[in-house]
Write a protein that binds this ligand. Sequence first.
Ligand SMILES: Cc1cc2nc3c(=O)[nH]c(=O)nc-3n(C[C@H](O)[C@H](O)[C@H](O)COP(=O)(O)OP(=O)(O)OC[C@H]3O[C@@H](n4cnc5c(N)ncnc54)[C@H](O)[C@@H]3O)c2cc1C
Length: 404
Amino acid sequence: MPDKSFDIGIVGGGIIGLSTAMHLLEKYPKLKVGVIEKDAEIASQQTGHNSGVIHSGIYYKPGSFKAKFCVEGRESMYRFCADNGIKVVRCGKVIVATREEELPRLKTLHERGTANGVPDLKIVEPPELKEIEPHTFALRALWAPHTGIVNFKDVAAVYARRVKAGSGEVMTGTRLRKIARSGNRIVVETTRGSFEVKHIINCAGLHSDRVARLMGIDPGVRIIPFRGEYYTLKKEKQYLVKGLIYPVPDPAFPFLGVHFTNNVKGYVEAGPNAVLAMAREGYRKRDINLSDLVGTVSYMGFWRMTARDWRTGFMEMNRSARKGVFVRDLRKLIPEIKASDLGGGGSGVRAQAVDGTGKLLDDFHIKSVENAVHVLNAPSPGATSSLVIGRYIVDMARQTFNLN
Ligand SMILES: Cc1cc2nc3c(=O)[nH]c(=O)nc-3n(C[C@H](O)[C@H](O)[C@H](O)COP(=O)(O)OP(=O)(O)OC[C@H]3O[C@@H](n4cnc5c(N)ncnc54)[C@H](O)[C@@H]3O)c2cc1C
């Protein structure tokens, strides 16, 4: 006999699961919604280990979900933070081209951002750049004044509060173990008892492919974890960065390259890189989880990705192992940075979906199957876009679950 029953069970108390729960209850206040989160706290995985940047929407292919959700999500996020007393700073960001061959890519970024509807983007020459970021160097830069910073954990906490204020429950320390189906009934077995639900929304981040498989679905992708490591700028050197300083990214790779980010916690981070992690929650270099590792190396998509991108992978590993290489890349952005200016920092692990051909999925990937919706790829700018993604999932749930 199940311990409780819900109309909709959401797996994952990260920013996407909580936004979805909040929007479900806003639209359907009578629904019983239960969010299960395996960790002792909400937002303790990707949501609690990211750069805290409210992206403006420059990088993404026009027409993609990322482009649409980020541009709309950015302004919704600023409004939400203002309405809920969450500290946020619209500090702006520069993307700096430091080599001749980056100039055409910078121009493409400017065009892309403009096509995506990002307002007030501007190419700036070195004298104007010096006024924005006095310590950086560039041949030319792209200035995006509407990029900002926030602590996404604070945002997720407000989403959770609203869920609990409605007819929702957020159950931390509750890990999904098994899903059993008989007819229209779904019984979710967890470490804290079993629940009967009518529908499931899978927002399990680094474990979302596994949750899909627990429901008997082939997600068509495998989550490959990529750790992003940060250094922090020592206090006496924080004056070197006023806002956010990014390089021109490599278009063949879905990550942005190591950069400097001020954060609302009062320090400056440098990073993150992107190295293959030996565990889905492998926040430290020494973290190894045998079953995660076997899951990665037994996947053909992983080997196809490796065959194609091994050079980039090797460069990332080299930069991770040698602080000097990390510093060399940071010096392209701020020439006066020295290794001694950087102290230890944290890390985050990206849940990157990779398909069977070895392609790293670039866009958000959300799939509905029978009585479930699965969020299978929600990389950056997922946190910026979380309000819009939540609304999108609710709309998908309305159609898939026949909610009225
Ligand atoms: C290094 C890094 C930097 C980033 N920088 C930015 C940025 O600056 N701006 C931005 O917009 N985005 C950024 N992102 C992306 C952003 O963090 C993600 O898009 C967002 O956090 C995804 O939220 P989520 O809820 O899908 O995943 P998560 O926050 O990972 O939440 C998933 C939750 O599911 C839970 N879960 C998993 N399995 C189970 C189970 N079996 N039972 C119960 N619970 C389970 C997990 O414990 C976890 O809490 C960054 C990400 C990383 C890793």
